[in-house]
Design a protein. Structure first.
Length: 249
């Protein structure tokens, strides 16, 4: 079985560097929950589970093999999501296409150059097709249907490991205000409505600026935003993914 070249020891060293940066951050964030912040990295320290090993064997990479400073909190590994139940079983690492991981690392680097206190956090990455079918079966026929890709009609980019859901947190792990929660299915989540949302007070100027910052560092690497979710970015167009890439089982 192929093993990751990024060892547990290497990840521990990365955590040590994070502690150094947290010490500097603490001067400005006395009440920050640093234990919670470090949990975004500690959950990925162990060896691959069988499911994670299968993803790696399929040609995907764990983002922490490429950039250990990007935070990971896969929302569907627990019950606190729009489905109200755990959907991901047997994996906690954020796997994706290698090309996407490299672009995400470049985005994280640019983000630090623009705002030294900001960090990327991943809420979703590669999604097995079995989970997509489970999600679709729940939302079909409901108002949420438009927000979930139909796995029986071409699949979504998450199912190819070619999409990522990301947001911004500060150096203490506190989320940047973005105008809506992650996986909020309403107008406030839509980038194509931002001008109207700002004019009517449904998002603030600061929230808009945070979205623009996230969008800048992601699109500067060639990643593609979508009109309905400020957090979602694709590696390529769906038609290209369906032609070139394999579905994650």
């Amino acid at each position: 079985m192929r093993k990751s070249c990024f060892t547990v020891a290497g990840r521990l060293l990365a955590l040590a560097s994070l502690l150094v940066s947290l010490a500097a951050c603490k001067q400005n964030s006395a009440n920050a929950d640093y234990k919670s912040y470090l949990s975004y990295f500690e959950t990925n320290l162990g060896p691959d589970t069988p499911k994670e090993a299968a993803m790696r064997a399929a040609g995907l990479v764990d983002i922490h093999d490429v950039d250990s400073t990007i935070a990971v909190q896969l929302i569907y590994t627990g019950p606190y999501n729009f489905m109200g139940r755990q959907l991901y079983h047997g994996f906690t690492k954020a796997f994706m296409r290698p090309e996407l991981a490299q672009k995400l690392a470049a985005a994280a680097k640019e983000l630090k150059e623009l705002n030294s206190t900001a960090n990327l956090i991943i809420y979703d990455a590669a999604r097995p097709i079995s989970v997509q079918k489970e999600m679709w079966d729940v939302v079909v026929g409901t108002p949420w249907e438009m927000f979930v890709a139909n796995p029986y009609k071409g699949n979504g980019l998450h199912n190819f490991g070619a999409a990522v859901d990301v947001s911004l947190i500060d150096c203490a792990g506190v989320p940047f205000p973005m105008g809506s929660n992650y996986d909020f299915f309403g107008d406030e989540a839509r980038p194509d409505h931002e001008e109207e949302l700002l004019a009517t007070g449904r998002i603030t100027q600061r929230e808009l600026e945070n979205r623009l910052l996230l969008r800048k560092v992601m699109t500067d690497q060639g990643l593609l935003p979508i009109s309905s979710e400020w957090w979602h970015f694709n590696l390529m167009k769906a038609s290209e993914a369906r032609e070139k890439l394999s579905i994650i089982e």
